[in-house]
Design a protein around this ligand. Structure first.
Ligand SMILES: O=c1nc[nH]c2c1ncn2[C@H]1C[C@H](O)[C@@H](COP(=O)(O)OP(=O)(O)OP(=O)(O)O)O1
Ligand SMILES: [Mg+2]
Length: 202
């Protein structure tokens, strides 16, 4: 089915398109509109619901999916967490992805515990009373220096010991197999395969 994804981030669309190949992933930008929604929730899950409800209200009640994700670092008490996209920014200033991960590396200087997890909260939203949330993680450690040019965001500094590489050094396929988004998206895919017909929306 066609799934409207409530995001302004094209990387998320491209990843979900590969993770959910039998569905067509469409973002507001594909329809000629922008997507700007304030993320006022206190958790990934609240923010994914806020984004989904926001787009659902503008999409004639069609089912919508939304992703709220981020990087939680143990030595920083879970920061940047739900603020990952705004890390180091205050009102009126904006930082590039590179500036954000460089700030993260500075904030971790001298810390021995570099354990971290990417988190993805993915909601399949039918209406305000019916939705299904899939929340997954991908564990890794924050590298000493960036490596690789694939992916987006914090990928160059997220090292996955099992692969011996950073997320930005993996192919798209490899990333989607192990990432927080890949795991949450695959769970949604299986859910739609086995339960989709019963929802009355597929
Ligand atoms: O696979 C990933 N690889 C690297 N970095 C990632 C990943 N997944 C999330 N991240 C980081 C990027 C951003 O700093 C934040 C997401 O913030 P988040 O608000 O969910 O997304 P966003 O603002 O880019 O787009 P939107 O809210 O329109 O969906 O976490
Ligand atoms: Mg955002």
């Amino acid at each position: 089915m066609e799934l409207l994804l409530a995001t302004g981030n094209r990387h998320k669309r491209d990843e979900f398109q590969a993770i959910l190949p039998e569905h067509r992933i469409v973002i507001p930008e594909d329809l000629g509109t922008s997507f700007e929604c304030e993320e006022t929730g206190a958790s990934f899950c609240e923010n994914s619901l806020i984004k989904a409800a926001f787009l659902h209200a503008r999409a004639e009640g069609r089912p919508v999916i939304a992703d709220d994700s981020g990087l939680c670092v143990e030595a920083l008490d879970g920061a940047p967490g739900i603020r990952s996209a705004r890390y180091g920014e205050d009102e009126g200033t904006s930082l590039s992805s590179q500036e954000k991960y460089e700030l993260l590396l500075r904030n971790l200087q001298g810390k021995t515990n570099r354990n971290a997890a990417f988190v993805c909260s993915l909601v399949f939203y039918i209406d305000d009373l019916r939705y299904f949330i899939f929340q997954e993680t991908c564990r890794g450690i924050i590298a000493e220096a960036p490596r690789g040019s694939g992916g987006f965001g914090y990928d160059p500094v997220f090292f996955i010991p099992e692969t011996g590489r950073t997320m930005a050094e993996l192919s798209e396929e490899e990333k989607n197999r192990i990432s927080h988004r890949g795991k949450a998206g695959s769970a949604l895919r299986k859910f739609l395969q086995s339960y989709g017909d019963d929802l009355g929306v597929v």
